[in-house]
Design a protein around this ligand. Structure first.
Ligand code: MG
Ligand code: MG
Ligand code: MG
Length: 306
């Protein structure tokens, strides 16, 4: 039986590149595996796939009866809808432990590093499998994306060592320049519908029974939002009204200034004040130094809902 290797819903580069890299490794060690995805690649991910000559993995939403290796999450809200009817054979991740459970033993590769692909590199080393040049390239880009070219507080020395080693294998001389090229692709937000931008990198979290949705757009200059910020605000309000979320947040992250503008619509008008000690004005707040949803935005919120 062949396993599927799949990242989270609304896949990012870590989810897509990680699925490809891990499926290759699994096949090399005699465990048949196929990479798949739970959504369309973002422009950034498409740039990476094109650069190193990969097709996107198969789009597959249903996994009932299949064996699945989970990449880059361990949360039910981010997993395939029918994951309970699948057999989870493994998890490779770098987030807080979520609420996925299994009825059979599984392999877990979870480390507090900046990117799942850093953990996958550790797996290649563990199994002593050579990483092909093109796979090293996409792994390298995924790590540069998740660590915001090493600026994110989630970045560890393991991530930096990994990028250096992968750049060597991939023959990428100036990996920081490649990272900037990637973030410039990510910064091209003009001409895209507000809902597509809000959902581009969006995650739902179950916070003590309250559904909190948090989107993030990482760009090299926040001025790209000048003409569309009001539309984005209207859209997160609409998104909240359509569903059962307690809060919808959108982080506009400036990777050069190293901070995020928070746009928020919430049942609790004091939420930003309570979580970050910064009050919102008309649903907006500047969060200095905040680059990481996982490390700087989610944990204080969970404290509020605890
Ligand atoms: Mg991810
Ligand atoms: Mg990741
Ligand atoms: Mg990210």
């Amino acid at each position: 039986m062949s396993m599927y290797v799949v990242g989270h819903k609304i896949p990012d580069s870590d989810s897509i590149c990680g699925a490809i890299a891990l499926a290759y490794l699994k096949n090399q060690i005699g465990e048949p595996a196929k990479a798949s995805r739970l959504g369309e690649p973002s422009p950034e991910t498409q740039f990476i796939l094109d650069r190193f000559g990969f097709e996107a993995p198969e789009l597959k939403m249903s996994y009932a009866g299949e064996e699945v290796y989970i990449v880059d999450h361990s949360e039910l809200t981010q997993a395939p809808d029918d994951i309970a009817e699948a057999t989870i054979v493994g998890i490779v991740d770098h987030h807080k432990l979520g609420d996925l459970t299994t009825s059979t033993p599984l392999e877990c590769w979870i480390r507090p590093v900046g990117c799942s692909n850093t953990v996958i590199k550790m797996m290649y080393d563990f199994y002593n499998v050579d990483i092909p040049k093109d796979i090293a390239g996409i792994m390298l880009c995924a790590i540069l994306s998740d660590t915001v070219i090493f600026k994110s507080p989630t970045c560890t020395t393991a991530d930096i060592r990994c990028v250096e080693a992968l750049a060597e294998i991939a023959g990428v001389e100036d990996f920081k320049a490649l990272g900037m090229e990637m973030f410039k692709v990510k910064s091209a937000v003009g001409g895209t519908a507000p809902r597509d931008l809000v959902m581009r990198d969006f995650k739902d979290f179950n916070m003590n029974g309250n559904l909190v949705g948090i989107g993030q757009l990482e760009v090299v200059d926040l001025s790209v939002f000048d003409n569309i910020k009001a539309d984005l605000e209207a859209d997160i309000a609409a998104l909240k009204a359509e569903g059962n979320r307690h809060t919808v947040m959108l982080l506009l992250t400036d990777i050069m200034k190293e901070g995020s503008e928070l746009l928020i619509v919430s049942d609790d008008a004091e939420l930003s004040k309570k979580a970050y000690d910064i009050a919102t004005e008309n649903g907006r707040a500047w969060l200095p130094g905040v680059l990481s949803r996982k490390k700087q935005v989610v944990p204080p919120l969970q404290g509020v809902f605890a």
